[in-house]
Design a protein around this ligand. Structure first.
Ligand code: SAM
Length: 269
């Protein structure tokens, strides 16, 4: 676990409030989190006991999605927004295992991602970490580090995996998606995973997220599908994470945790 006696404040890290990146690190069984983050996750476990599994489903679809994008779709550059703390099988490791020349820019607004991520995520000259807020997509698109690695004349994999449910409606998640997708050429892809209002438990979890973390807008399958408007949604559409092109057969009577997040990938025509 992270050492709470260290002067984290000097890095802009507040250890008195839970952060999205660190609570996600807790459910991924990482070590870059503090007591306040673990206490938050304990509250969520009371509502959705499977929350640790949900994080695993999200990492698994991230792996399957990036393998598809770097493989069949032939993408060689990825903008991974809300990338989180480094964990196993990060986007660049998955993409570069398929195509070593793949370039990845990780973007996150939590300073802990830069503090812990720079060494691990920026491990080669085709990968970097940028601290920026997805609510200012124009700034991200103009960032010199982003433009150094991403050629906006070639198709880009735009990844908003596990982040849009942290944006309130008045923060304009659709505008963010549209701004990013307008900046990339035909053949680019949008990859979204999102907490879904799919059960009473999910609604209770949303309340906990809002009360304790200050963010949380679990959307319906229709609302999540709307992010892909104007794009060609790939099969099987926007579905519970374990059902998106699974590596092995999945039973269709899904649990609450298996239905807690939905995701999909679409191609820009
Ligand atoms: N994409 C990774 C994955 O799915 O495994 C990490 C997802 S994690 C649940 C969400 C990440 O989004 C956190 O690291 C958090 O700091 C980041 N985030 C939340 N709001 C953000 C914002 N407005 N701008 C940039 N990053 C943000």
């Amino acid at each position: 676990m992270a050492d709470e006696r260290y002067d984290w404040a000097s890095l802009g890290i507040d250890v008195t409030k839970p952060s999205i990146a660190r609570t996600y690190d807790v459910v991924l069984r990482g070590k870059d989190n503090f007591e306040v983050d673990r206490a938050f996750v304990e509250q969520i476990v009371r509502v959705v006991p499977e929350i640790y599994d949900v994080a695993t489903y999200n990492r698994e679809i991230l792996g399957r999605g990036v393998r598809y994008l770097a493989g069949e779709a032939g993408l060689r550059q990825f903008l991974d927004l809300g990338s989180g703390l480094p964990t196993v099988q990060n986007t660049h490791q998955v993409a570069q295992a398929v195509a070593p020349e793949s370039r990845v820019v990780y973007v996150d607004n939590d300073p802990i991602v830069l503090a812990h991520g720079r060494a691990l995520l920026a491990e080669n000259d085709r990968t970097t970490v940028v601290t920026a807020d997805v609510r200012s997509p124009e700034e991200i698109l103009a960032d010199p580090d982003v433009r150094r690695l991403i050629d906006f004349d070639r198709p880009v994999g735009v990844m908003l995996v596990g982040i849009l449910h942290h944006l309130h409606d008045d923060e304009g998640p659709q505008r963010i998606v549209d701004t990013l997708m307008d900046a990339v050429p035909s053949g680019s892809h949008l990859f979204v995973t999102h907490f879904c209002a799919s059960s009473q438990e999910s609604r209770d979890a949303e309340k906990q997220y809002l009360a304790l973390l200050g963010t949380g807008r679990f959307r319906t399958p229709e609302e999540i599908t709307a992010y892909f408007d104007g794009l060609e949604l790939l099969d099987p559409g926007v579905v519970p994470l374990p059902l998106w092109r699974p590596d092995a057969e999945v039973a269709t009577d899904l649990s609450v945790g298996q239905r807690l997040m939905y995701g999909g990938i679409a191609r820009k025509p």
